[in-house]
Design a protein around this ligand. Structure first.
Ligand SMILES: NC(=O)c1ccc[n+]([C@@H]2O[C@H](COP(=O)([O-])OP(=O)(O)OC[C@H]3O[C@@H](n4cnc5c(N)ncnc54)[C@H](O)[C@@H]3O)[C@@H](O)[C@H]2O)c1
Length: 358
């Protein structure tokens, strides 16, 4: 039993004798990337038992019933929490719904995994972390890309010391093109253009630049696509392009740009610049360029290693059975959201904002 300074009593978290006794479910079984099926399959592969799906779209609920015969199906999360004995629920819905659905699940005493981004604001993340503590359950975020071959290879190169001291990490995604008509293009539903891929990219960068962060500057350009006659969300569109710069105490920095208005995007989407070399992640290929003492360059190119995203749910199952430390804690998932939240506010206010360490 843990007695924190607040005086509230917490029971130590219940562990399960085996992974198969952890009953799991999902909220949201969308068709865009069939993520509900991917989650339930990975949970099953990690030894846990899929039992329930909640989805507001009847056609997608029917798809879940077909993929997992015999699974309980619910039209709302409230109905699922009231009637199902599900132990762990993963939320796979548009970004603006994560915080409220997550709180509902945690307050029902169930473990909760949220798809990335954990939520849209820092305050929402703090409320989720606090609820998990209060109800003595787990909160995590599905940062499956923590185990992408792209970043596993980059970390191997960085940790070998070959690049020298790391000066900056440049993260960029996008080119010139009209945003789609899906919820991802709505600012109120997505959180803004930086939130979808940006959260994955920041989660990479935070593994490379580990020094304390001090401030975030955000920049935004908007109105170009929203003014086009066939714009999907004319008054609620994402920015056309947004950028952020994070300053670390060491002088290192992280630059992130996501764009829909760049006709000539640069090659590769993650570039790690060190005092002695640069490592470029160019989708399934990497390129490491080192400065040799004689002024020449040594370039190594190769295929990226395989993704190991399945390790996310293996870690969740190991945590809930034998107490293996959680890799993606609520506190870790909060870090990129705090940066994104500050960047949005900074762009509006036109000045850098300080990072608040919890
Ligand atoms: N980790 C990854 O690699 C990865 C890949 C794709 C998507 N995602 C994330 O997954 C989440 C969902 O994205 P998507 O592409 O699957 O979207 P989607 O539109 O295909 O699916 C969302 C589903 O949620 C349902 N839904 C919405 N509100 C609901 C509610 N209150 N209760 C129950 N169901 C509800 C919708 O009916 C829809 O079927 C997002 O957070 C996205 O960023 C992550």
């Amino acid at each position: 039993m843990i007695v924190p300074s607040s005086g509230i009593l917490f029971l130590s978290m219940k562990t399960y004798p085996s992974a198969s006794q952890i009953k799991v479910g999902v909220v949201g079984y969308g068709g865009a990337f069939n993520m509900g099926r991917q989650h339930l399959q990975q949970m099953k592969d990690a030894g846990m038992t899929p039992v329930a799906v909640a989805e507001i779209d009847p056609a997608r609920l029917a798809a879940a019933a077909q993929d997992f015969p015999g699974i309980e199906t619910y039209a709302t999360v409230a109905e699922m929490l009231g009637r199902s004995s599900v132990d762990l629920v993963t939320v796979i819905t548009p970004h603006n719904t994560h915080a409220a659905l997550g709180l509902q699940i945690l307050e029902a005493g169930r473990h909760c995994v949220l798809e990335k981004p954990m939520a849209i604001t820092t305050a929402e993340c703090d409320a989720l972390i606090e609820a998990a503590r209060r109800y003595d359950v787990l909160v995590s975020t599905y940062h499956n890309r923590h185990w992408d071959g792209w970043i596993l290879k980059a970390l191997e190169v960085v940790r070998s010391g070959a690049l020298g001291q790391i000066v900056r990490v440049d993260l960029r995604m996008g080119s010139h093109g009209k945003p789609g008509s899906w919820w991802r293009s709505s600012r109120s539903m997505s959180g803004g253009i930086l939130y979808d891929w940006g959260v994955h990219l920041l989660e990479y960068a935070l593994q490379i630049i580990t020094a304390p962060l001090t401030e975030v500057s955000g920049y935004a350009w908007e109105g170009y696509w929203a003014a086009q006659p066939e714009a999907s969300f004319p008054s609620d569109a994402n920015e056309d392009e947004a950028q952020l710069v994070v300053r670390a105490k060491t002088g290192q920095r992280i630059n992130l740009t996501i764009t829909t208005v760049d006709v000539t995007p640069k090659r590769g989407f993650v570039e790690i610049v060190g005092t002695q070399g640069t490592h470029l992640i160019d989708w399934n290929e990497y390129e490491t360029t080192l400065a040799l003492p004689d002024g020449a360059r040594q370039i190594t190119r190769g295929r990226q290693p395989k993704d190991e995203g399945h390790r996310f749910y293996e870690n969740i199952a190991a945590h809930l059975t034998v107490g293996t430390p959680l890799v993606i804690t609520g506190e870790w998932a909060r870090r990129p959201i705090h940066i994104l939240d500050l960047a949005v506010q900074s762009a509006r206010q036109g000045r850098a904002l300080p990072v608040v360490h919890p």
